[in-house]
Design a binder for this molecule. Structure first.
Ligand SMILES: [Zn+2]
Length: 449
């Protein structure tokens, strides 16, 4: 064993993984090292007397850690985020602003130089790690190569979606550019075992079907999930159903407008109905789905799409007032894969914006909707990993089949909270972030404490 690796003997208040593991007071034996951070090797977990018989415990590099006020959970997954908007920070919701005003604000404040884009992404990675997140589905704006470069050199895992806007007049030039972008992105990720790139056509109202079809085909060929926004706003629903509304005005203002913008819309379809034939061509992660009819739920199942639900973003934009409650529980019950996303920091509450964590979204659902804590934990961890094409076993704390490499292990301080409740309920009752386990000699620059 190399000297910078250590064995940690963690005494815990409990452990839970949203996958059937739910332990009371227990001890975990881990092997940790700075070069594997945030990954750790789980050697044993369970009853203190039993796991202490593990041979690693008696080695010279073992360290006892009293985490008896904490519940251990797997590393968290953020299935939909925009790390390159982190520099904008949390912005209070302004009811007088339309969604188009909001889009204009983002367009104006987006960084455009490589150094500034990378600094914003780096800040987003720091906030993710501070919130216990180890894997992301990141949307990389402005042709995406700078965010990809930053993610590849970071400890995070996941997929970076190179975002494309191309409808009407813009469609042809984007199609011409895709091969060069793909070559550059593939070169950047060639040596990365953790991060891969994919296509993120922005949304049905900003991307034409020829770009969507090519993205789906290329993602399918490469075995990566295509990512896109879908069924997010009433303006999108109007544009898709009727080819009218604020989105048409925006396209005219951006000088993207020509008649091809509406040649495939205006047939009264829902956004999910409109896009589902394309979604069926590859595995896709569709962000938001604030609106889904019963038929749409069936279409998402048939297309094998995963939904990245961003509860705090939907709440911020008052989407429930337009569409009614989000149907994520019905989607899950019907067999659609659902995972949580934060969306960008811009739409998060100021008081939580020191971190970018889907644990905060999971807690909102438990508090607001009475979602069972185990389900909440599942959509914040392994279900997101599964949607992103990562190994869900790296998000399991099951005491069987050890040792197991974990993508990360987080500790949530639950001291004094609901002591009679199961471990996952205590995690959801806490307001404290999940702090990733790291070697004791490694500076915790991203620790929340
Ligand atoms: Zn988004």
């Amino acid at each position: 064993m190399r000297s910078d690796r250590e064995i940690q003997i963690l005494r815990l208040a409990g452990a839970a993984d949203g996958r059937g593991t739910r332990l009371g007071p227990c001890t975990a034996i881990l092997e940790v090292s700075p070069d594997a951070f945030p990954g750790v090797e789980l050697l044993a977990i369970g009853n203190d007397d039993i796991v202490r018989s593990h041979p690693a415990v008696s080695g010279p590099s073992s360290v006892e850690i009293d985490a008896s006020g904490c519940v251990a959970i797997p590393g968290l997954v953020n299935a939909h985020t925009h790390l390159d908007l982190t520099h904008i920070g949390a912005q209070a919701y302004r009811p007088e602003h339309t969604f188009i005003d909001w889009v204009d604000m983002i367009r104006e404040r987006r960084e455009t130089t490589p150094d500034a884009i990378r600094a914003s992404v780096r800040a987003g990675i720091d906030k993710s790690i501070r919130g216990g997140v180890v894997a992301v589905g990141d949307v990389a704006g402005v042709f995406g190569l700078e965010p990809l470069r930053e993610l590849v050199s970071s400890p995070m895992a996941g997929k970076v979606g190179i975002e494309l806007f191309g409808i009407g007049k813009r469609q042809k030039s984007i199609l011409e550019r895709m091969a060069d972008l793909a070559a550059a992105a593939s070169e950047l990720t060639r040596n990365s075992s953790r991060v891969d790139w994919t296509w993120q056509p922005h949304a049905p109202y900003s991307v034409g079907t020829s770009i969507y079809r090519r993205c789906a085909r290329e993602c399918s060929d490469r075995g990566v999930p295509m990512m896109t926004h879908l069924a997010e706003t009433p303006q999108e629903a109007e544009f898709v159903a009727h080819g009218t509304g604020a989105q048409v005005e925006l396209l005219r203002r951006l000088d993207a407008w020509d008649e091809t913008c509406i040649e495939s819309v205006g047939r009264g379809e829902t956004p999910v109905e409109y896009l589902s034939p394309i979604l069926a061509e590859s595995h896709s992660i569709v962000a938001h789905v604030n609106y889904a009819s019963d038929e749409d739920i069936g279409r998402l199942i048939d297309a094998g799409a995963s939904v990245a639900y961003c509860p705090r973003a939907s709440q911020y934009f008052r989407q429930e007032q337009a569409f009614g409650p989000h149907r994520y529980r019905e989607l899950l019950e019907a067999g659609v894969s659902v995972a949580l996303g934060t969306d960008s920091i811009v739409n998060l509450p100021e008081e939580d914006s020191d971190r970018l964590s889907t644990l905060d979204d999971a807690r909102l659902l438990v508090r607001r909707d009475g979602l069972p804590p185990e389900v909440a934990l599942s959509i914040a961890t392994w279900r997101g990993a599964d949607a992103l094409g990562l190994d869900p076993d790296c998000y399991s704390l099951a005491p069987s089949r050890l040792p197991r490499r974990l993508a990360g292990l987080g500790l949530v301080d639950v001291f004094g909270l609901a002591p009679d409740q199961p471990a996952d309920a205590r995690v959801m009752a806490s307001e404290r972030p999940s702090q990733l386990v790291r070697p004791t000699h490694m500076p915790a620059k991203n620790s929340a404490s």
